[in-house]
Design a binder for this molecule. Structure first.
Ligand SMILES: *[C@@H]1O[C@H](CO)[C@@H](O)[C@H](O)[C@H]1NC(C)=O
Ligand SMILES: *[C@@H]1O[C@H](CO)[C@@H](O)[C@H](O)[C@H]1NC(C)=O
Length: 510
């Protein structure tokens, strides 16, 4: 009797894993990898490129970066783009997400002067990809604001949305005949809290030292700029070019640490403060900033003896203008946290966005940790985030536009922890698909090791190792590259798979 039970248990386990292996990604599910201009391109002052805020900050205030490095050369993709496309072919990617450096194509920041060498660089990259049927997914703004525009107020200027619209027009005009997917902004939260202010989670570029009340101004201007670019595409380019335009927001998952109403409320505030602030105006039915945040802000302002709301809210007209301006919701997802009601910062004398939602949060002890202090492997967190967003925002189309794992600088090529992370992500994606979430694609972050902002080159996310001491910036596949390739080719997760050698080849048809 005991034997029978044991045997049927073995059968059940085997059957379980067989069923899991048979869960397949559909053939039209888009697998890709992602990068951004400042983190990989280098060539910071070549061929007429203008200066951006990271060039300026990292040259003038290098101690902001832990290893005092910068993106002057980075992975030198400006000169290595053919090798980059070769890596995409090795992996068998369906798509590649990269960003345009604003100052490379518009050195003054304005559309009065277009830099032909900058346009040529992106044309060469796009054309090389299209030779091998790799679809470009273009991010128009991935943080590297031209310094000229920063000096004029950057995202806090009421003119910002017009500058961005002019820039987006140049992008659509020059690349939209071949690029069918555009992302206006990458990670509004990080733009408005981390890179703009230098407050909050780290002084990425602490060049603008203001109180974080300006976060709301930045959020509003950014969302208006997004909506203007979307409408421009929709009204003047879509018919001819036939593509889609969306936005990418960082959506980590925040779970209440306990079942207490206080913790639940804290988790919801965190979600609304982290990404609702940017997603709600675009994806919700009512538009504008989320009421959870505006309510809390009102209470906080009263405590700070302000007799009016410190919030540049949307007018009714602006709410209507912004609502519904996205063909898809791009999600950068990395990790999850447990949130408690205990406040992390004490109330500041000046209003700060941190007053509204910055409570104590932490990963569960059992979640494996990456090289980046903020990154752990939380089970099924992609599914948790997307199923929440889907219910909140009426079932939008999703792409995961970033997801990845960091390892430390001198790690070897056998990145089994990254393999574990990617396999877990795949299971979570399949859970989304099983549940009918309209998830169309997945971009691994990152194709190659690159400049990780204030962490410099000490936390590396690449599927390919880049030798930063080598002038040629030689790229070498890590074990995770082979595993990702196997998943893309076979459309399922094979836990038994191990690469036979560490030599990459290009499969037929790529
Ligand atoms: C910003 O201002 C505060 C308050 O004056 C100061 O403590 C802090 O060091 C400043 N930060 C930077 C990066 O200049
Ligand atoms: C990186 O490049 C340098 C210079 O070419 C070389 O000496 C070193 O062995 C390379 N390191 C690796 C890990 O390949």
């Amino acid at each position: 009797m005991k034997l029978v039970v044991a045997l049927s248990l073995v059968v059940a386990i085997c059957h379980g894993s067989a069923v899991r292996q048979q869960r397949k990604f559909p053939h039209d599910f888009v697998f890709g990898a992602a990068t951004s201009s400042y983190q990989i391109e280098g060539a910071w002052n070549e061929d007429g490129k203008g200066e951006n805020i990271f060039d300026y900050e990292n040259h003038n205030n290098p101690t902001v970066i832990v290893d005092q490095s910068n993106g002057d050369v980075a992975a030198d993709s400006y000169h290595n783009y053919k090798r980059d496309v070769e890596m995409m072919r090795e992996l068998g990617l369906d798509a590649y997400r990269f960003s345009i450096s604003w100052a490379r194509i518009l050195p003054t920041g304005f559309a009065n002067e277009v830099n032909p060498a900058g346009i040529a660089y992106y044309n060469n990259l796009i054309n090389e990809m299209l030779k091998y049927n790799i679809a470009p997914l273009v991010t128009i703004y991935h943080w590297d604001l031209p310094k000229t525009l920063y000096d004029l107020g950057g995202l806090l200027s009421p003119e910002f949305s017009d500058w961005f619209e002019d820039y987006a027009r140049v992008v659509f005009e020059n690349f939209g005949d071949r690029v069918k997917s555009f992302i206006t902004f990458n990670e509004p939260r990080e733009i408005c809290i981390v890179t703009l202010m230098g407050t909050g989670s780290g002084a990425e570029t602490a060049i603008l030292n203001t109180t974080a009340v300006t976060t709301y101004t930045c959020a509003k201007n950014l969302v208006l700029a997004h909506a203007k670019a979307y409408k421009l595409y929709d009204q003047e380019f879509r018919e001819k070019q036939g593509g889609q335009c969306g936005i990418t927001i960082s959506v980590n998952w925040f779970e209440a640490a306990t079942e207490s109403p206080e913790d639940k409320e804290a988790a919801e505030l965190r979600r609304q403060g982290e990404w609702g602030l940017y997603a709600h105006p675009i994806f919700s039915a009512e538009g504008g900033f989320p009421t959870e945040i505006t309510q809390k802000l009102l209470e906080d302002n009263a405590k700070q003896s302000y007799d009016r709301l410190c919030l540049p809210d949307f007018t009714e007209e602006e709410k209507v203008f912004v609502r519904g301006t996205a063909d898809f919701f791009g999600v950068n997802h990395y990790t999850a946290y447990l949130v408690t009601a205990a406040k992390r910062v004490t109330d500041s004398p000046m209003p700060s966005i941190m007053d509204e939602f910055d409570n104590v949060m932490f990963p569960d002890d059992s979640w494996p940790a990456a090289a980046s202090p903020w990154l752990t492997l939380a089970p099924n967190s992609i599914y948790n985030a997307l199923s929440y967003l889907r219910n909140l925002y009426n079932d939008p189309i999703f792409y995961i536009t970033e997801n990845g794992w960091s390892t430390a600088k001198d790690r070897d090529l056998f990145d089994d922890d990254r393999v574990q992370y990617y396999r877990a992500s795949m299971e979570s994606l399949l859970n989304c698909l099983d549940d009918g979430i309209r998830l169309k694609g997945y971009m691994a972050w990152s194709l190659m090791d690159n400049f990780e902002w204030s962490a410099g080159y000490t936390q590396l996310f690449g599927l390919y190792h880049v030798n930063f001491s080598d002038p040629a910036r030689t790229r070498t596949p890590k074990k995770s590259a082979f595993v990702y390739k196997h998943i893309i080719k076979n459309r399922y997760v094979d836990y038994e798979y191990e690469p036979e050698t560490m030599t990459m080849t290009i499969d037929e048809g790529h």
